[in-house]
Structures are given as C-alpha cells and as structure tokens.
Design a protein around this ligand. Structure first.
Ligand code: HEM
Length: 412
C-alpha cells in the first residue's frame, strides 16, 4: 500500500498541483474511482448495500462476518481514497445503526485495523470526513456529461435517500463554485510577492465572484434536502465521538489500541477553501473559534492543509492593499470580505432551517408521540441538538466567525 501520485516536478511557489489541488477540480478528487480491486469485493458489497443494511438493523452482523482484509493490495491515491470512503461509511453505519442510545464502545478488528492503516497512509483521521463524504464521493452518470447535479451521483450512500444525495451533491456544487477561487488565491499570492497591483486587483475580483457563486450554489440546498430527513435521519451518521454526549468515552479501535480514541464527525468546516480565504484576507477569528477551525484542519488531506499553511506564511495581502492607498484595491478587497460575510450569513440561515427549526419540530413530534418504542432510525438524535457534527456550539460559533469576518474589512 502506498499513497502514490507523488509529484515528480520540482516544487513551484504555490502551484496548485503541489497540494493535490487543480484548476479544474479545486479540492475535489478528480474523477474518483468507483470500484476497488477484486480482493476488496466484501467491502464493496457491504458499502453498496449500506442504507438497506442499516435500516434493517443487519449491518453490525454483516460486519462481524466480514473477512479481515490486508490493505497491501491498495495502490495510489485514488484507491486509498475510495477505501477510506468505503470504510468510513461502514464505520458510521456500524456505530449509529441503533441510534444514539445504542452505540458501541469497540469497532471490531476486521474493520478497525484496515481503516486505521488506510487512514495512516492518507494522513486522514479514521472517521468520515468532508474529504470522504464530498470530495471523493462523486461520479458522473454520463462520463462525458457536465459536473451538474442532474449528471451527478454519489458513489456510496447512507440512509436518507434523495435528501442525502442532495446534501452531498449540493455541497459538491459549492466546492465546484469555489474552483476559480483557488486559482485566484494563487494569482493573488504571486501578485503580492511581485507587487503587481493590476494582477492583484483582477485576482480579488475573481475571488469575490467565486465566493458569490458559492453562496448561489449553497441556496440549492432548499431544492434537494428535506430538513426533517436531514435532521432526523442523516445527521447522526455524520456525528463523531469527540465532544458528543452520546459517545462520551470515544471509541476503541480493536487491534489498533486498547485506549479509546476521540474524533470529530464530518463537517464542511473541514473544507479547505474557507480556511484559505480567511488566511489570504488576514481574517482573525476569536481564540475559541480559531481553535476549533484549526482542529478541523487536521481532518483535511495533508496536502490541502499544507496549502492553507503556506498562504498563512505568505506576505500579508492586507498590508499591501493598505499601504498601496489604491481605492480600487481597497474596494476589491472589501468585496471579497463582504462576499465572505454574506456566505457565512446565508450558511447560518441554512443551519437554522436544517438544525434549529428541524430540531424544534422533531421535539414537538417526539412530545406528541410520547415515548413510543420502535425503530431508532428516523428517531431524531437529541445529544447534538445544540452542537454541530464537528462538535461545536453551533450558533455562538458560526456568528462569531461571521462577525470577525466582517471586522476584516478595510475602513475608508
Ligand atoms: C444542510 C446543510 C448544512 C448544515 C446543516 C451545516 C451545518 C454546519 C454546522 C453545524 C457547522 C458548525 C461546525 C460543526 O460543528 O460542524 C458548520 C460549519 C461550517 N460549514 Fe456548514 N452546514 C451545511 C452546509 C454547508 C456547506 C454546503 C458548506 C460549504 C462548503 C458549509 C461550510 C461550512 C464551513 C466553512 C463551516 C465552518 C465555519 C465557517 O468557516 O464559517 N456548510 N456547518
């Protein structure tokens, strides 16, 4: 097993390819593989049946019968990413099959050991992350067709049907809208190094446009995701075992360590692009919010994390804009910050609808139904009512991030 795809070209200053990013796909894995090599048939069979196995409460017993496969037949980045996607989805299904009251303390060895090994090879945590659920989890229905929602599908699913599909693919469309933003970041950093104000102005304009397009893409969530399904069915499967009252002791990865480990669940807070914009524009978040966001960088593929860190180390764009005294640059800079504030405000609207309002409705529904026994699939989780799947205190956190973004504006 080896990560493969190691670049043979000499490193260039902030070239996207050095960071497994591209002008065509941004941080998305380009054309992900959809099948693993033949020895991994037992994983793929389970993965393709996950929604059905989980809702019929049979996944845990299927996992217990699964052979313990060696990871040494996995070669290259794409196979490893698919293996991580498959094993992370099986793990989330295994953990949450019986809802938040029926969790387990131990992930069995035949799942835990290969998942750990693949995670180590990729430098990803052994849990579902944004890199799995979105970046590596897409395919074109028509291979020659466009990267549009009608021509897209997920590779591996969890319960939640069309809403799950919509949630993943709309997030993918936000990542797609961000692609010109990556290119603009690289151009802006180069322009700062070369003190090229004309190029910097253009790059800032492109960046603001990319952020506005990301907000437009985010709005499509309404057309494709039912809040009740998101809240009551999907969300629990994205939840982790850190700062989660439903799994206070973390999880033992059998055969890896006898000590339980804690990992946060999947969240787009692990998406690279917003971290990159913040670093480039010199946005400074509060200590607590910054600490959470920095922790989320540990859930990015290491080359993407390295990209964000490299931008952090680059000379300050804001200083250059300030010292230039050029009002056009001031305006273009502020347009980026303002577009980022609007994205974050709109994201809060989405979170209010899909978590806060959905939680209130689910609670009212629970009270109405009394304490009916029955399937825990579709029974809304309560442990994370006020917390994100990443484990943050949602609204304090999101509003603080939005407000400190606004403070990043250059005043006239
Ligand atoms: C139904 C849709 C969504 C919901 C319910 C949602 C929910 C949340 C929550 C609860 C957080 C707090 C961190 C945590 O604990 O996980 C968060 C953070 C974040 N989300 Fe979302 N999210 C959604 C869609 C998206 C999409 C499509 C994106 C774009 C890629 C996105 C980008 C972010 C970012 C960047 C953060 C970190 C805070 C920031 O930098 O502003 N979210 N989200």
């Amino acid at each position: 097993m080896e990560p493969g795809d190691s670049s043979e070209e000499p490193p260039l200053p902030l070239a996207l390819e050095r960071f497994q990013l591209s002008e065509e796909y941004g941080s998305l894995l380009p054309e992900p593989l959809t099948e693993l090599p033949e020895p991994y048939g037992p994983w793929m069979e389970i993965a393709h049946d996950l929604p059905e196995l989980i809702t019929s409460h049979r996944l845990r017993s299927r996992v217990h019968q699964m052979p313990h496969l060696s990871t040494r037949h996995l070669h290259g980045r794409k196979e490893l990413h698919l293996a991580h996607l498959v094993l992370s989805f099986i793990t989330m299904g295994y953990l949450w099959q019986e809802g938040e009251e029926g969790t387990v303390k131990v992930l069995p060895q035949n799942l835990a050991v290969p998942f750990w090994e693949v995670s180590q090879a990729l430098g990803l945590p052994p849990i579902l992350s944004h890199a799995d659920i979105v970046l590596a989890n897409w395919r074109r229905k028509n291979p020659n067709g466009p990267l549009e929602i009608d021509n897209l599908d997920t590779i591996i699913a969890l319960p939640g049907g069309e809403s799950l599909r919509g949630f993943i693919l709309v997030t993918l469309l936000v990542e797609k809208a961000a692609v010109p933003g990556f290119k603009a970041i690289v151009e802006a950093v180069r322009a700062v190094l070369q003190l090229d104000e004309e190029t910097l102005h253009r790059a800032l304009q492109d960046m603001a446009e990319a952020i506005r397009d990301m907000s437009k893409a985010l709005k499509r969530m309404h057309d494709h995701v039912d809040p009740a399904v998101f809240y009551s069915v999907i969300r629990i499967f994205l939840s982790g075992w850190k700062d989660n009252p439903a799994m206070p002791d973390g999880l033992i990865y059998e055969g890896v360590s006898d000590e339980p480990m804690e990992y946060s669940g999947g969240s787009a807070a692990q998406s690279t692009i917003l971290h990159a914009f913040d670093e480039l524009l010199g946005i400074r978040h509060s200590e607590e919010s910054a600490a959470f966001l920095h922790r989320m960088r540990g859930y990015m593929p290491p080359p993407h994390r390295a990209f964000v860190e490299e931008i952090h180390r680059a000379p300050s764009l804001k200083q250059l804009v300030l010292s230039s005294g050029d009002t056009r640059l001031h305006e273009a800079f502020n347009q980026c910050v303002s577009a980022l504030v609007d994205f974050r405000s709109y994201h809060i609207t989405i979170v209010t609808k899909y978590i806060s309002v959905a939680a209130a409705k689910a609670k009212a529904g629970r009270a109405e139904q009394g304490t009916k026994a029955g399937s825990s699939i579709g029974k809304p989780p309560s442990a994370l009512e006020a917390k994100g799947t990443g484990g943050s205190h949602i609204f304090c956190f999101l509003k603080s991030i939005r407000d400190t973004t606004r403070e990043g504006m250059i005043s006239a």
